[in-house]
Design a binder for this molecule. Structure first.
Ligand SMILES: [Zn+2]
Length: 296
């Protein structure tokens, strides 16, 4: 029987997701004979840092008012103020290596997830390049080869980000939410690196809305899978790899019963008819997510 592919992307945002979520998913994929695309965060885990800011709003306001950050850079200001977030790749490179050796695609999510999500609006082209380059180099050091592709945190990608990414010769990028694989058009030029957008919602986007609970979540997701079109799903090592692991295992089995199967994003790209259409990206709001995300 011919199966319909679901391109499976795993975002790994934190130390905990890398340490606990990735090994659990690797075991599941091994048992179920699935190959998927892992997008790793390799720099400091600063995801808890915003909690500290909530506790000390006056400090943050003062920083903004004095523009101290733009004068000196956050690194210098926070040195000695915080313990730096632990480096994920340095601490758990062996897990990333194991994932790579198991035949999954090793791809770059980000150097510093929190920094990207909160600062992308104000980063210069050079800062964007440097942030990607740090993650790229760290992953390359761990696996001994360049990461296959990249995906920005929080679907926060601008035309400038696309231009900077073009310098890295990724096989593809996965930075936006849309319903077709395409070549991005920026400033009248068509870029050469395809975009594989995500078109299925994530767990945190749908849970608790429109009557969706853990009890009917899988049925809801199964109802969104469509044969004959692109299906790209993002799961998180922090959710589907830990607290939602049993539920996700059940989803895998039920999706297969419906005639779908799982593949890496790269494999889905290889099987997609060429030439690819071109499109420009847009920044807009989507249900379930705060602020803007990139669409096409
Ligand atoms: Zn992420």
């Amino acid at each position: 029987m011919k199966t319909e592919p679901i391109a499976l992307r795993i975002d790994v945002d934190t130390l905990r997701g890398t340490r606990d979520g990735v090994p659990a998913l690797l075991k599941l994929f091994d048992e179920e004979k699935i190959k998927a695309s892992f997008f790793f965060s390799v720099g400091p885990d600063n995801m808890g840092r915003h909690l500290w800011r909530l506790l000390k709003p006056t400090f943050l306001l003062k920083m903004l008012r004095t523009k101290a950050a733009s004068l000196y850079g956050w690194d210098i200001i926070f040195k000695g103020t915080f313990w730096p977030g632990p480096l994920i790749g340095k601490n758990f490179g062996d897990i990333i290596k194991k994932s790579d050796a198991s035949g999954h695609e090793t791809c770059l999510h980000t150097w510093d997830h929190h920094y990207w999500q909160s600062k992308i609006d104000s980063l210069s082209p050079q800062m964007i390049y440097d942030e990607i380059e740090r993650g790229f180099t760290a992953l390359e050091k761990i696996t001994g080869k360049p990461p296959v592709s990249s995906a920005v945190p929080g679907w926060k990608c601008t035309e400038q980000v696309l231009l900077e990414k073009e310098k890295f010769s990724f096989k593809y990028n996965s930075d936006c939410r849309a319903n077709m694989i395409f070549l991005p058009q920026v400033q009248g030029k068509t870029l050469t690196t395809p975009q594989i957008p995500v078109n299925l919602p994530t767990y945190d986007e749908v849970l608790g809305k429109n009557g969706i609970t853990n009890e009917n979540y899988n049925n809801h997701m199964l109802s969104l899978l469509k044969p004959g079109v692109m299906n790209v799903l993002t799961i998180h090592a922090e959710a589907e790899g830990i607290s939602c692991l049993g539920m996700f295992r059940e989803f895998v089995r039920q999706a297969r019963e419906k005639g779908f199967d799982f593949a890496t994003l790269g494999d889905v790209l290889d099987a997609t008819q060429k030439p690819l259409p071109s499109a420009s990206i847009k920044l807009e709001e989507i249900p379930g997510r705060e602020g803007w995300v990139t669409t096409a």
